[in-house]
Design a protein around this ligand. Structure first.
Ligand code: CO
Length: 510
């Protein structure tokens, strides 16, 4: 019997509607979700923390507490970027420990800890913090394909993670190109050699994620990640009901109630309708070519944006050919945030300049100096020499580079919110600017509801004018006309919100 981790409350909406699902759309179905018998529900981490504060004007901690209250039985799970927590740079060990302790206290039972480079040093303090907090530490292996990513190398990483305190392992296929054969081999080898439960996380981009999940289950995986059907497919996970149904009667049958699941699916179909303007049809497309180029959808759109800024969109093919070369020079990092941007941007520089590494980006310099951690394979010596000439190489772990950060954060946040608790101090320490704006808008009575509705309306207007601007464009179908209920409501809400902000400022004599 294989366990199911439901991702609709985190990766599902992160992959399809840019993480915009609000807490008020989660709570009405929480009791039903809690009754299914999922192994766990992924609800937090990744972009949810940032997006809650920045765009939804919701307190992510409040969401977590509300979800735990509503779902007391099912373990709640979060994704943690190792030493980077839920942010974009490494934090000190003290902050890592405090963040994990608070998240565990407020309801997270399983922490999935990963590092973009698979560098165990970037996961070490998070793993030990989770153990200290008494929660489940899921050590993660980011799946990628390269000459240095052999089965033996993955198993060795699994062993290291176990030594560092992981009590289960996750095979994480961020790009959606884990073929069933690799899923079988990797799951089987990890289960046999490391002797820890193995969970498989994949995305449907390449079109074979259901096959990979089934293969992993049959090879002995303890659990697989799926998303309830309305939030499944494409850039998201494979559909929960499809896998549950497909495995019925097999030895791996998860034995979940399909009728109860279909009621949940009906609910989320309504939720998806609500966010329809956020849904980029591209994110639902199947792209089996990812098996060859390994360039995730998000990275591809970044590349196109960079090239169109330089009026060089015609050179995409050259850039796509340059990406594997840059990746090889950098020791084959998996292409996931932030390495996907680092590799992509340098490939663009190399192509547009005509000479490779004539210009070296700041991020590549830092990468070569070890600021992001240890690369999976050896770096290109010529590139290393070039960067070394610019300053001393530093292979130190990011965790040793910083001074204590929590106390400073607490002091500063109390100038904003005098009664700030640990959770608010952590939000501030992670996202100072965003948290400042969040507290201001909260004080001014701007609700997240108004703001996201406005954002949805604006997106709808932009989508429709985009579609009109392109003659015969089919990239974005005109989802809604500029005068749709969404657009009208969005504009009205935005104007209302602005008025609210202006009135708030006037009242306080700004
Ligand atoms: Co994912």
């Amino acid at each position: 019997m294989v366990g199911i981790t439901e991702t609709v409350l985190r990766d599902g909406h992160q992959s399809l509607i840019a993480t915009r699902m609000r807490t008020r759309h989660m709570l009405p179905i929480a009791e039903a979700l809690d009754g299914i018998g999922y192994r766990s529900l992924e609800v937090w981490g990744g972009a949810t923390f940032d997006v809650c504060l920045r765009y939804l004007h919701e307190d992510p901690w409040e969401r977590l507490r509300a979800l735990k209250r509503a779902m007391p039985r099912t373990p709640l799970q979060m994704l943690l970027r190792g030493q980077n927590l839920v942010g974009y740079r490494p934090y000190d060990d003290d902050l890592v420990e405090r963040f994990v302790r608070e998240a565990a206290r407020q309801g997270i039972g399983i922490f999935r800890i990963f590092d973009a480079l698979n560098d165990p040093r970037n996961m070490r303090s998070a793993l030990s913090a989770v153990r200290k907090a008494g929660a489940v530490a899921q050590g993660t292996i980011c799946y990628t394909r390269s000459p240095v990513h052999t089965l033996d190398a993955f198993v060795a990483l699994g062993r290291t993670l176990a030594e560092l305190g992981a009590s289960e392992l996750c095979i994480k296929d961020m790009g959606g190109f884990l073929p069933p054969g690799d899923a079988t081999a990797l799951t089987r080898a990890l289960v046999r050699e490391v002797r820890l439960p193995v969970v498989v996380h994949t995305h449907s981009t390449g079109g074979f994620s259901t096959l990979a999940c089934l293969a992993a289950a049959e090879a002995g995986a303890t659990a697989i990640d799926t998303a309830i059907s309305p939030f499944s497919g494409g850039a998201s996970q494979p559909p929960t009901e499809a896998l549950v149904g497909a495995m019925q009667g097999m030895a791996v049958d998860p034995k979940l109630d399909l009728t109860a699941l279909s009621e949940i699916a009906t609910y989320f179909r309504g939720v998806l309708e609500h966010y329809r303007p956020m849904l980029n049809p591209r994110s639902l497309m199947t792209d089996p070519s990812i098996l060859q180029h390994q360039v995730p959808g998000g990275m591809l759109s970044n590349l196109l944006a960079q090239l169109s800024e330089q009026e060089a969109t015609g050179r995409l093919t050259e850039v796509l050919a340059e990406i594997p070369r840059v990746r090889a020079d950098l020791g084959y990092p998996p292409l996931v945030t932030p390495t996907s941007q680092i590799v992509g941007a340098q490939a663009v520089l190399n192509v547009l300049a005509g000479t490779r590494y004539q210009q070296v980006s700041r991020e590549v310099k830092e990468y070569v100096r070890g600021a992001y951690g240890r690369a999976p394979g050896p770096l290109d010596p010529v590139l290393v020499e070039k960067v070394t000439a610019l300053g001393p190489a530093d292979q130190a772990s990011p965790s040793t580079l910083k001074e204590p950060e929590f106390e400073a954060g607490l002091r500063e946040v109390r100038t904003l919110v005098p009664a700030a608790d640990d959770a608010e101090a952590l939000s501030y320490a992670l996202f100072p600017t965003v948290f400042r704006a969040f507290t201001e808008s909260r004080a001014e009575g701007v609700t997240w509801d108004a703001l996201t509705t406005a954002a949805l309306g604006i997106t709808a207007v932009m989508r429709s004018s985009n579609a009109r601007a392109r003659t015969g464009a089919t990239r974005f179908a005109p989802m809604r006309s500029g005068n749709s209920a969404w657009a009208v409501e969005g504009r009205a809400r935005l104007q209302g919100g602005r008025r609210g902000i202006a009135e708030g400022r006037a009242r306080r004599g700004w």
